[in-house]
Ligand binder design. Sequence first.
Ligand code: SF4
Ligand code: SF4
Length: 411
Amino acid sequence: MKTLADVDQKIKDRKAKVYTAMEFKRLAENEGTISEDDVDVVTCGTFGVMSGTMAVMTVPVADPGVFKKADSITLNGVPGNVGPCPNESLGIVDCTVNGTARRDHDYCGGHLFRDLVRGDSIEVVVFSEGVEYRRTVTLKDLPTAKIILIRGAFRNYTGFVNPSKNNVKTIFSGPQGLQGDFAAASVSGCGEINPIQNDPDLRFLKSGYPVMINGSCGIIMGTGTRSTSKKPNLFACADMKGMDHTMMGGFITSEGAECLTSVGVVIPAIDGISIKDLSVRDADVDLPVADVRDRIPRDSDNYGSVWNAGNTRVVFDKDLCIHCKKCSADINCPVEASPSRGILNNTKCISCGSCVSTCVGKAFFCDLGSLNYVGENVPIKIRQSSRAKAEQLCMELKKRVEIGNWNLRGD
Ligand code: SF4
Ligand code: SF4
C-alpha cells in the first residue's frame, strides 16, 4: 500500500502515473485487472448548477471616514449581505453574495462571479444612513474575494419528470420550463467522473484536502449542508483570483438564474479499495427519478441512461440553420451561447442539449438518452451538468499534476 507522501514524492519528481477519470475507466475495462502499481492518481471533476455557491468579498467603496457603516450593497445589481464585520468608517464593505441571489430573472450571483473573474468592471452601490455611494471595481480592486461551496459535488442527484398535463416552471429546467405529459426529463450530475463517486466513503475527500474550484486551487473543509453518508457532498473554499471564467457562470431556468460551478479533485490509487472505487461506471451510479412537482423519487434509473461516449457534446451543423426570424434555440439556451448566428459559442456552450429539441431547423445533434419512470420512458431534454466541461477539467488537472504542480496533502 502506498502512502499519500509516496504519491506526493512521485508527483514532485514528475514520475507519477496520472490518468483522467475517463482514461482510467477505459484502462480498467481493457486491462481487466489493474493494481495500485499501474496508477498513482486519477483526476475527477464535475460541472453544473450548484446552488450552494457563495462569495465572500471585501469591497472598497469610498475613502476612510466618508461613511460610517454600510446598510446595504449591490454588485451589478445583485444584492449582497453586508458583514459580518462592520468595518466602521473604513470606506470598505465586507459582504457575502449568494450564487443564487438575483438582479433579475436572467442575471444572478453566478453571472456576477464569472464577470468578476473575466476581468469585467462591476458597478457597486452602497447605502449608508440613506445616502448612496457608487464605485466601479474589478476583481483586482478586491483585497479578498473567495468562493465558498456550502454544499457541492453531490455524489448523485435526482432526475425529474413532469407527469402533469401542463408545463411546470422549475429550477430543474432550462428557460422554457419542464414539458408535461412525460415529454421531457431533466438531469444533473456527471456520473462516473464525479469526485465523490470515485471516493464514495470520503477516505481522501475530507477536511484539508486540496480541491480545484472553478479552476482555482482551494481546500475542502469537510462535508456540506444536508450531506448524508448515502448522499454526501463537499464544503470547500478557493480564491476567486486564479479562477477560469469558462468553468463557472450562470444558468437560466424558468424560475430564474442559478449558479454554475465546477469542482475537480485528484484521487490517489493507494490500495485495492481505491482501485475498486475508481473503477465505478455510469451504470453503477443510481439516479433516483422524481415528479418535479413534489420532488419525491418514485423510481430509479442510473447514469448509464444519461451519459455515453458519443453524447457528452452537442454538435451544431450551421448548414442546416434556416435563419429563423426568432431563433428558438437561442431563446431557450440557458447560458446564452448564441447558436443562432451561424457559430456555436463553444466556450460558453455547456452541451445542455436544450437546443436539440428546440431548434426549428434540427441543426443540433446529440443522443440525450431517456429515463425510466414508473413504466414511462421519458426523453432527456435538458442536462444541468456538463460532462464535456467536467472532462475538460479532468484534463486540466492531469496537466497540472504531470508538471508537479499539485500536492495531495496540501503542503
Ligand atoms: S432555431 Fe435553429 S434553424 Fe432556427 S435560427 Fe435558430 S439555430 Fe437556426
Ligand atoms: S447545448 Fe449549448 S448552445 Fe445548445 S442550448 Fe445548451 S448551452 Fe445552448
